[in-house]
Write a protein that binds this ligand. Structure first.
Ligand code: FMN
Length: 340
């Protein structure tokens, strides 16, 4: 199976909601929610993708060769590359139902592990959105990150208990879900959480707790102050607020604000190993990738997911080779530049 095979099969299996475009850039699907697009004009998804293409990599192949090690340590574990599948839920209404919450997780979670990486799983209006993927998390020995919506405190604690019972290596919360139109439409709106509330939630977690949906230095400082292990710099793939800046644009100021106090993940429009390289150069410890993982799963099952993960890892390794980076720590800001 090649990645081209995966895309061709996915095109058949995913019609009509996701068109499996040559570039997964938010243009064809803009504004489609339910669907896979960005909210409103769809700009925030497109801006994430476009911004990445403005960042260029500084090539320099005169150096003493020490090979390239793409591995990273997070949650007290070693991963083959700083690449995670992002949580995606609503497979039946956002996509065409070819996979559902359970079958997607049954493919995604082991597929990522096979390639030495791991997946985040999602949550949504129906309880099964969280519970069905949790079965796959448990079956995989907990090597995944269940992601809980910012519900009422008792519901969060209950879902955290279930995630810990499943052996989850970490738990995340997509704090930005307050802007999700589908939750509001289903009569399950979620709201902002204060730093005090987040501190209580982070303290309740017996595993590393990650706050997803941070887009400002101030927000990152509040997340760090709450005791979170990590943050995901994310605008939910452009699905919660129209016209946000690109995640890669705000990443350097967030890194400057919190330094090493929290692990920094970033997502939004990341598609290739070069994009992973750019994200690390601008301050991320690791990335999440969303939509392309659904394509890989629908087009190639667990093998497609592993193949896509290995492809990204190989591309990252190639970028490191061409820039003289032997380890991820060598991927510093001076390795990239911006063009207009
Ligand atoms: C259809 C769809 C469903 C999503 N469901 C969730 C979810 O349940 N929880 C969550 O934290 N993020 C969810 N996200 C956001 C992704 O985790 C991620 O932030 C985003 O897709 C990253 O952008 P990318 O798809 O351009 O890589 C969803 C995104 C899409 C497109």
């Amino acid at each position: 199976m090649t990645y081209q095979d995966v895309l061709e099969t996915a095109r058949k299996n995913m019609a009509p909601k996701c068109r499996v475009c040559r570039e997964c850039n938010g243009i064809v699907c803009r504004g489609e929610i339910p669907g896979v697009g960005g909210k409103g004009t769809g700009n925030a998804f497109i801006i994430n993708y476009d911004y990445l293409s403005k960042i260029k990599i500084n090539m320099d192949v005169i150096y003493e060769n020490r090979g390239q090690d793409t591995s990273v340590e997070l949650f007290g574990r070693k991963f083959a590359a700083p690449v995670f599948a992002a949580p995606i839920s609503g497979l039946s209404n956002n996509y065409n139902g070819y996979l559902n919450e359970q079958t997607y997780a049954e493919i995604l979670v082991p597929g990522c592990i096979e390639a030495g990486c791991a997946a985040f799983t999602g949550d949504g209006a129906g309880d099964n959105f969280f519970l069905d993927p949790l079965k796959a998390v448990k079956a995989a020995g907990g090597v995944a990150v269940p992601t809980i919506k910012p519900w009422a405190k008792e519901d969060i604690f209950h879902k955290m208990d279930l995630a810990v019972e499943a052996g989850a290596m970490a738990i995340a919360m997509d704090i930005d879900s307050a802007g999700l139109p589908l939750l509001a439409a289903a009569g399950k709106p979620v709201n902002a959480k204060s730093t005090a509330e987040l501190t209580e939630i982070a303290a309740y977690a017996s595993v590393p707790f990650i706050i997803k949906g941070i887009m400002t230095a101030e927000g990152a400082k509040k997340a760090a102050a709450s005791g979170a292990y990590g943050i995901v710099v994310s605008n939910h793939g452009g699905r919660v607020l129209d016209n946000t800046p690109a995640t890669l644009e705000v990443l350097p100021e967030i890194k400057a604000a919190v330094g090493n106090a929290v692990k920094i993940f970033v997502d939004g429009g990341i598609r290739t190993g070069s994009d992973v390289f750019k994200s690390l150069a601008l301050g991320a410890d690791a990335v999440l990738i969303g939509r392309p993982y659904v394509v890989a799963a629908c087009g190639g099952g667990a093998e497609g997911v592993a193949l896509y993960t290995r492809k990204i890892t190989a591309e990252l390794q190639e970028a490191m080779k061409m820039t003289g980076c032997a380890t991820l720590a060598d991927i510093t800001t001076d390795k990239v530049r911006f063009t207009k």
